[in-house]
Structures are given as structure tokens and as C-alpha cells.
Design a protein around this ligand. Structure first.
Ligand SMILES: [Zn+2]
Ligand SMILES: [Zn+2]
Length: 318
């Protein structure tokens, strides 16, 4: 019961918080925590959350065909750590249900708390919790890194952790970026940098791209936004630059193209279903960013437009 001495009432009240959302996982963390590493996909993956100085949280998830033996999953995880940190025979694993998780939203979720301490080098200590969610069939092992003073904070973060989304939309939130998109979209690949962030999703025949440019004032130093946006449009299809319409979006300069059918010039595309394209590009001076959402769907049933309405990318407004 090594988590029991965690208590919420000493959480630093000065901390401002934010949400991190990734592959259905959501959690509330201090403002200076963010994504440190990621790999995998919806079924099997890993996410690491760091503060400015070090690792705070590692979340590893797996999906098995049959409900796994949770203890075995946790045992395997421990074995890997023991090997990685060369514990030899000096590892002392402890297991136990974690009461502070029981009385929160994780009620009903099968869980095993664990701690591994090196018998001699007691600073080599790893602890966390493994759980299996019957709602989404994910088996998750969370590893927690915190100092004695950070215990209350870690408790708060872990209590906020959810492993799958409720409702029709999934949030994606990393760095200063936040989007809510229909939850059937799966992330295919992404590029995460503070100056440029891009996420490519797909759902059946629909493809969704969300991009965000930082330092917009630098990008727009030599040309106004509308000219700049033409370059982006041209990079997709040459003809788009002249077709996009200037609109007002949240009070910002924006260009958009709705239910557009690109002219197919390649003979390779003969016989392919017609593609329908929806693009919106806008400049938010309040946070000095440019955003793009682009949805393309094979076929012409208006679904691209429907998805476009459902995707919400946050800019200056929350
Ligand atoms: Zn779940
Ligand atoms: Zn804005």
C-alpha cells in the first residue's frame, strides 16, 4: 500500500493545468509537462510524458485477442525493467491493489499496483499500476516517476487519467495544440515540432490532415496571409490556388474550399472513384499560428463536408 500516503490536499495551488490527449488517453497535467516520446498505434503503443527536467509518466498499452492475465502482463513489464537496469537477483517486486484508484473513476477496472526496489541500491525504485479495461479491451501499464514532494501531484494526474474516450469525439492535445475529431479516425503518422505540427488520420475512405504552423509573423513577413495560403493550396493541387474562397473564420482571415472535386490529370487515376476535398486554412494572430484542416474522401456522398463540420481545432479561443 505504498501509494496510500499520497494525499490531494497539498497539491501546489499555483500550478496551472492542461490536458494531454493521445490515442484515446486523456489526463490533466501541470502546464510544463508534455509529450516526451511516443510510438505505436491505437492497439499497441507507448507514450512518455516529461516535465522540463525528466520523465514523469510512461504509459504502455497493448491489445490482446483474449482478455490477458494482468499479473502476467505486469510480471513481463517488471522483468524488462529488471533486465534493463541490471538488477540481477537484487530486485524485490511488490504487488498490491491500489486503494486510491479504487475509489475514483477506475472502479470496476481490474488493476495491479507494483513496486520494484533494488535490494542494495534503494534509489533504484520503479512503481506504477497495470490495468485492464473491459470497455476498450486495452491492457495498460503506467510507470510513475516522482519525488516525495510530488506525490500529491502524481496522485492528481493519475486520478485524471482515462484510457478511452466517451462520446463521439476524441481529443488530441499535445504541446499547445488541441483538436477534437470524430473518434473513428486513427492517427497514421505525425510530425511534432513546435514550429510545425502535422497529424494525418484516416477513417475508412476518409483522410484527415491537421497542420499548425508556429511563428506566423515570420512566415507572413514578406507576404500577406492570402498570398501565403495560395502557396499551400498549390502544393496540394496546382489548380486550388485560384479556387479557394476567402472567408471569415472566428474573426480571422481564412480561405476555404468545400466539396471540391480536383481535376484528375493522371491516367493512373482513371476509373478511380471521384475524390472530394474540403480545406480550411486560417491565421490566428492572437497566438501567432496558422492552422489547416483538410479532409479528402473517395466518393461524392457529402461525408467530407460532414466530417469537416465535426472537426474542431482550437486556436486562441478555448
Ligand atoms: Zn478503456
Ligand atoms: Zn484564433
Amino acid at each position: 500500500m505504498y501509494f496510500e500516503n499520497m494525499s490531494e490536499n497539498t497539491v501546489n495551488p499555483g500550478n496551472t493545468e492542461k490536458m494531454i490527449a493521445w490515442y484515446g488517453f486523456t489526463m490533466t497535467v501541470p502546464q510544463d509537462w508534455d509529450i516526451g516520446a511516443f510510438s505505436g498505434n491505437y492497439d499497441n503503443g507507448y507514450l512518455r510524458i516529461d516535465d522540463r527536467f525528466s520523465v514523469k509518466l510512461g504509459i504502455k498499452w497493448q491489445t490482446f485477442k483474449k482478455k490477458p492475465n494482468l499479473r502476467l502482463v505486469v510480471d513481463n513489464f517488471i522483468k524488462r525493467i529488471v533486465k534493463q537496469f541490471k538488477f540481477g537477483k537484487k530486485a524485490k517486486p511488490e504487488f498490491g491493489a491500489i486503494r486510491w484508484i479504487d475509489d475514483t473513476q477506475w472502479t470496476g477496472v481490474e488493476q495491479i499496483g507494483f513496486k520494484i526496489v533494488h535490494l542494495k541500491k534503494t534509489h533504484l525504485k520503479f512503481e506504477g499500476v497495470g490495468f485492464h479495461c473491459s470497455g476498450c479491451n486495452k491492457t495498460v501499464v503506467c510507470q510513475l516517476y516522482y519525488t516525495q514532494e510530488e506525490q500529491p501531484l502524481m496522485l492528481k494526474v493519475i486520478r485524471s487519467l482515462r484510457d478511452h474516450v466517451q462520446g463521439d469525439k476524441a481529443p488530441w492535445a499535445i504541446l499547445d495544440f488541441h483538436a477534437d475529431i470524430p473518434k473513428e479516425f486513427r492517427l497514421d503518422n505525425c510530425e511534432v515540432k513546435s514550429a510545425f505540427l502535422q497529424m494525418n488520420f484516416s477513417a475508412g475512405k476518409a483522410k484527415l490532415r491537421i497542420a499548425r504552423w508556429g511563428l506566423a509573423d515570420v512566415l507572413l513577413r514578406k507576404m500577406p496571409f492570402y498570398d501565403w495560403s495560395k502557396g499551400v493550396m498549390k502544393s496540394l493541387y496546382h489548380e486550388l490556388a485560384e479556387k479557394a474562397v476567402q472567408v471569415d473564420f472566428r474573426g480571422h482571415q481564412a480561405v476555404e474550399l468545400l466539396n471540391y472535386k480536383p481535376v484528375k490529370k493522371s491516367f493512373l487515376s482513371k476509373g478511380q472513384p471521384e475524390e472530394s476535398l474540403n480545406i480550411k486554412l486560417w491565421y490566428c494572430p492572437e497566438i501567432n499560428r496558422i492552422f489547416l484542416t483538410e479532409i479528402r474522401v473517395d466518393g461524392n456522398d457529402g461525408i467530407a463536408g460532414k466530417f469537416m463540420e465535426q472537426v474542431r481545432v482550437v486556436c486562441h479561443e478555448q
